[in-house]
Design a protein around this ligand. Structure first.
Ligand code: 6R9
Length: 642
């Protein structure tokens, strides 16, 4: 299925057509300063910048700075500046876990909520540069909390509500938060998530935290620690509706978001104020071709970067109406998305391939029960989308009339880098198509040689773009080593990629030890260290395996301590253990007890072989002669989990 789907009819007023795209792309490369000086006018500056790009990926003068002498405030751009023209327009539609549990917040109301929230944070002693950890459901207060941080210049660090108390504690400690914002409980698919109780457990390991601000979501019972915990609704009593925005330098930190890498503990990806906002503002507007008054729905959680950039900052900076969904696509039934689209009149839907595959499996009757007449554009993100799922999304969900934008990007990139512009780029199912203006992708071989034409290699980006991350929180050296040392002078994405004869990019997946489970990144090292933390486990090796719905699943090989016996109970216990240590998304889909792991004579685990076994590709294990004990492979193959 490599047929080309032609771009929607060109000449749609206000949209970028093919000639515009080509002109913009050329301008962005040939005179990047002029191009970005112009594009950055899409946001409001308190102090206009004079400098534009000041970047180098080389070790000797490594630096990434954009618009570095400008000042702005993100909450002003996302809220205040819309008041004059669209104060009464809905900014956020909150859709709860139960269908129809809905609340609309106008830009004027959002302004008041953000100012009041910011004043509460100030009353708790928060100031510019402080880190504040958010552990929240998808409630409108979460967006207000994010914007309140930006209003006073505090740096938010959002931890996904599905992470365990331990994972939360590690992230709080790493950035030294003094304030945590949470809710009593979350609701997902009819179940309650004990957020406040998880925070209480985490804080046993976090002496730095002085205040916990608790939002009432369900009214469920929660424990309160006197002097530390405070209800938001109590704190809001008598608080002023006004809060002067803090002028922030373009390079002041905006947020930290922890993401998994191939080694060690999760990295605190740091984004700064000016470049990030320019990037998400422009990419939201252009890739979704957003038009005034449209209802836009991105199903991502704010615990992930997609929720930051394309639920909150990108849409609100453009004055859009953005839906915040506190539920899941299969609750109360498999028609939830389509029913909600009809009820809210959604025009643009942005979701993940894993959700599409899961719904596709349930059959098209769930979809066709609803009209979906309001839909104009469909988007995907998070992992490669197989052409079958793309086709179903396009043909069944979009009735063949909505362009599908497959957007490739990463936590590190801040926003989309490779994606179609719906009225400029012909679509090919399964391809993220072409680089956006300002993005210079290259494919390199393992030696770093740049490959030309139709080819396959590792995906690098040759020059900086404004939305790029600036550092790993607290470890600038790790930032350089992780992304800029493999291929000197270039940003290494960690992804493999093919480019076809038309110059289209086809992302093939991670080439490092990161697995992408339902579009969520998991480091194999993290799962391994959770497993070996169990008293009965001697050693563990974790690899990805193909999974029909999740894209990739987690396959764990576990060697038990001497004297321990494998059993079904222990298998269940270990999977449960990982859930507790990291969170449900990290729980292995398959767990094989391995008497021994294939190792080289120097003791390195041969993951290549473990991957093949997990993929059930055992006819082709390659060279096993360098193994210390080649016989272990036969045992693993014979006992593999199917
Ligand atoms: C935004 C986000 C990043 C990794 C990335 C790649 C995979 C994301 C993709 C895609 C193919 C797409 N990925 N979008 N692969 N096509 N459209 O997902 O960020 O959680 O940091 O994950 O996800 O492997 O390197 P993040």
């Amino acid at each position: 299925m490599t047929e080309t789907i032609h771009a929607a009819p060109t000449g749609v007023e206000g949209s970028i057509d093919r000639a515009d795209y080509e002109r913009q792309y050329r301008a962005s490369v040939e005179d990047s300063d002029a191009y970005w000086r112009d594009q950055a006018q899409a946001i409001d500056w308190i102090t206009p910048f004079r400098q534009v790009q000041d970047t180098s990926f080389n070790e000797a003068d490594f630096r990434i700075r954009w618009f570095a002498d400008g000042e702005l405030n993100v909450s002003v751009n996302c809220v205040d500046r819309h008041l004059a023209t669209r104060g009464d327009q809905v900014a956020i539609v909150w859709e709860g876990d139960e269908p129809g549990e809905t609340r609309s917040i106008t830009y004027r109301e959002l302004h008041r909520d953000v100012c009041r929230f910011a004043n509460v944070l100030k009353d708790l002693g928060a100031k510019k540069g402080d880190r504040i950890t958010l552990y929240l459901p998808m409630i409108a207060e979460a967006a207000a909390a994010m914007l309140a941080c930006t209003r006073i210049g505090a740096i938010h660090s959002i931890v996904f509500g599905g992470f365990s108390p331990d994972s939360l504690a590690n992230r709080i400690q790493d950035c030294d938060s003094r304030i945590v914002i949470t809710a009593d409980e979350g609701c997902r698919g009819g179940k309650r998530i004990p957020l406040k109780a998880n925070v209480d457990k985490a804080l046993a390991q976090c002496p730095s935290v002085e205040h916990v601000l608790v939002i009432r979501r369900t009214g469920g019972d929660v424990a309160f620690t006197e002097g530390r915990d405070i209800w938001l609704h109590d704190a809001l009593q008598g608080v002023s509706d006004d809060c002067a925005p803090e002028p922030m330098n373009a390079e002041d930190p905006l947020f930290i978001l922890y993401t998994s890498g191939s080694t060690g503990k999760p990295k605190g990806v740091l984004h700064t104020t000016g470049g990030y906002l320019v990037w998400v503002t422009k990419t939201f507007r252009d890739v979704f071709d957003y038009r005034d008054g449209e209802v836009y729905w991105c199903t991502a959680d704010i615990g992930w970067v997609t929720g930051h950039s394309y639920v909150v900052y990108g849409p609100l900076a453009n004055g859009a109406t953005t839906v915040m969904f506190d539920g899941v696509p299969n609750y109360p039934d498999h028609a939830r998305l389509w029913e909600t689209i009809d009820r809210l009149g959604v025009n643009i839907l942005y979701t993940a391939p894993t959700a599409i595959r899961a719904l596709m499996r349930e059959g098209k009757d769930w979809v066709t029960k609803y009209s979906r007449r309001s839909l104009r554009l469909l988007g995907t993100v998070g992992e490669p989308i197989n052409p079958e799922a793309w086709d179903w999304y396009h043909r069944v969900v979009g009735d063949g009339r909505c362009p599908v934008v497959d957007t490739w990007w990463q936590t590190e990139t801040g926003g989309m880098l490779i994606a179609p512009l719906p009225y400029a780029t012909d679509l090919k199912p399964g391809s993220a198509t072409k680089p956006l203006p300002g993005v210079q992708p290259q494919l390199v071989d393992t030696e770093g040689k740049v490959l030309e034409g139709a080819t396959e290699g590792n995906l690098v980006i040759a020059d900086s773009w404004p939305g790029q991350m600036r550092t790993v929180w607290g470890d600038h050296d790790r930032f350089f080593q992780t992304y800029f040392s493999t291929y000197p002078g270039k940003y290494f994405t960690g992804d493999g990629c093919r480019r076809d004869a038309d110059g289209y990019y086809w992302i093939t997946g991670r080439v490092d030890d990161v697995i992408n489970v339902s579009g969520h990144r998991m480091g194999t090292a993290e799962v391994e260290s959770a497993l070996v933390a169990h008293a009965k486990v001697a050693e563990a090796a974790v690899v990805g395996m193909p999974h029909e719905v999740k894209g990739q699943g987690i396959y764990a090989y576990v060697t038990l301590n001497a004297g321990e016996e494998p059993s079904e109970e222990l298998r269940t216990e270990l999977r449960q253990w990982v859930r507790q240590e990291i969170g449900p998304i990290a729980s292995p889909d398959a767990l094989q007890f391995a008497p021994g792991l294939p190792k080289t004579r120097s003791g390195k685990i041969m993951r290549r072989i473990l991957r093949k076994i997990a993929e059930n590709d055992v006819g082709n294990l390659g060279d096993t002669s360098t193994l210390a004990d080649p016989a272990v492979v036969n045992t693993l193959v014979a006992e593999r989990v199917r």
